[in-house]
Ligand binder design. Sequence first.
Ligand code: HEC
Length: 120
Amino acid sequence: MKRYVTLAVLLTIFVYSIAEARIKVAGRGAKMNFSSEGIPEMYKPSFNLMLVKCVKCHTMERTVIAIQTGRAPITGQPFNKQAVKAYGIKMLRKPNSDMNKKEIRDVVVLLNYFLDENAK
Ligand code: HEC
């Protein structure tokens, strides 16, 4: 029983910390996504690109959680600017990523912006 209470408390704190995070998020679970609200004009093209390209193999939830928690959800590695760059290169090498160097760079710049915003 005690275990469940602890779990419930941890879960509440986790959900609350997500709700408090700086970047705006819309939806939950598999439908979770970054909100386009408040995104500067200059990032809009990259944002739209990401919405199309980065959901080919998995949902956006993975990326949102990585930004919000500062941890990559699958590997548990820190998700900072260095990791974003490394991940971009990793993506580029994936056989079906269907993204070119410029597209990857644009998304990396956008994710760095999200990291900055979330740290404020
Ligand atoms: C070709 C398929 C594919 C595409 C396209 C893709 N991903 Fe992934 N992604 C994966 C796979 C597979 C994993 C599981 C871990 C790995 O292989 O790195 C993953 C894992 C992740 C993770 C968690 C990494 C970790 O270490 O926990 C994040 C964040 C992520 N992807 C973001 C993105 C973003 C942002 C884009 C768009 C630039 C993207 N993905 C496009 C296949 C893809």
